[in-house]
Design a protein around this ligand. Structure first.
Ligand SMILES: Cc1cc2nc3c(=O)[nH]c(=O)nc-3n(C[C@H](O)[C@H](O)[C@H](O)COP(=O)(O)OP(=O)(O)OC[C@H]3O[C@@H](n4cnc5c(N)ncnc54)[C@H](O)[C@@H]3O)c2cc1C
Length: 310
């Protein structure tokens, strides 16, 4: 499986797509959420595809690589006044669907309480992309190599979907149906992402991305996790594999194997067997399956050692 056929190894585009490609895309600009949902509902009833867009950075990637452009898009950018903020509530952090990486990185509480997600945000593209790109867009784009979505999944985030039919909330680990496919229905938009309160300020947040270089590279293999150590035992853990499967993937077999173990209890063979139950690594232009399996196992060991020591 190759995520972006024709893309140079491990690279995001550095040139602009031809304006010609985007010329025929009709852009609908709702004023508020109800207007947006009404337009989606009308399009669905008319049998027309209408694609919600936030920062549009992923659409530019698709245009750059010659994917067919949608006939019409729903530009949600004007909804920033209501959906572009971070809200700290008793339940946890609500990240509005139009909140950009820059919005988050400029919030000292976000950087202090969610350091691994802040790291993920700072790894997305460069400053310009971070000013336009949203966490919700990263989730819905459903790339197996995404930077923010896996850390959100490790933090037990859930996705709030809204349509004229109502609101539903789903755990992010059950949001993906397969490669670039999510459970979102055509008349729904993501309105927010919710990180539960017990994850905020958690000392065991951990993220590492292995790519061809430190910045502006697509992940070859990565790990996002949250590790809860108590008295030398790993009481709880969430592990998410990046660029290892068709989607960011929660590794429940490994989590089960690791729970209630100390570092000295760990048997590398048992851990590898649990890894094999969770993951059959992909093999593509960026890396081989063998390389991915080996590096992923080492990332898990590194994360365990480092978080146990904090
Ligand atoms: C030069 C460049 C570098 C990049 N580098 C990285 C990188 O290092 N790491 C990385 O992870 N990504 C990277 N990206 C990809 C992209 O910037 C991120 O995935 C970003 O988070 C997408 O956010 P967006 O708001 O621009 O999404 P958009 O492009 O607006 O949308 C992305 C997808 O989500 C859907 N969508 C958006 N918002 C909603 C919503 N509220 N409800 C329903 N559907 C929605 C759209 O229909 C589309 O399918 C890069 C892109 C470029 C152009």
């Amino acid at each position: 499986m190759s995520e972006q056929p024709g893309m140079a190894l491990g690279e995001y585009p550095t040139t602009l797509p031809s304006p010609q490609l985007l010329r025929d895309v009709a852009v609908l600009r709702p004023n508020d959420l109800h207007h947006a949902l009404t337009l989606l509902d009308e399009a669905q009833r008319a049998g027309q595809a209408l694609r919600p867009m936030a920062g549009c950075t992923d659409l530019l990637v698709e245009a750059h690589f010659g994917k067919p452009m949608p006939a019409q898009v729903l530009d949600l950018w004007a909804l920033r006044h209501s959906l572009g903020t971070l809200q700290w509530t008793e339940r946890g952090l609500r990240i509005g669907a139009l909140a950009t990486y820059r919005t988050a990185l400029q919030d000292p509480r976000f950087c202090a309480e969610l350091p691994a997600l802040a790291k993920a945000a700072s790894l997305v593209g460069a400053t310009q992309i971070q000013a336009r790109g949203t966490f919700a867009g990263n989730v819905e784009n459903a790339s197996p190599a995404a930077d923010a979505a896996p850390m959100l999944m490790a933090l037990d985030a859930s996705v709030e979907l809204t349509s004229l039919r109502g609101v539903r909330e789903l755990p992010l680990h059950s949001y993906y149906l397969g490669y670039r496919r999510t459970v979102r229905m055509p008349d729904e938009i993501i309105t927010s992402l919710l990180i539960p309160a017990d994850r905020l300020g958690h000392p065991g947040q951990w993220l590492r991305k292995v790519g061809t270089r430190a910045y502006q590279a697509i992940t070859k293999v990565g790990l996002a996790g949250v590790f809860s150590w108590q008295d030398g035992l790993l009481q709880d853990v969430s592990l998410v594999a990046v660029s290892m499967a068709a989607t960011p993937l929660r590794c429940f077999a490994m989590e089960g194997y690791l729970r209630h173990k100390s570092l000295s209890d760990l048997d590398p063979i048992g851990l590898r067997q649990a890894q094999a139950r969770d993951l059959t690594p992909i093999d593509d232009v960026r890396s081989t399956a063998d390389y991915r399996a080996e590096v992923f196992a080492r990332l898990v060991e590194q994360a365990l050692r480092e978080t146990a020591a904090t």
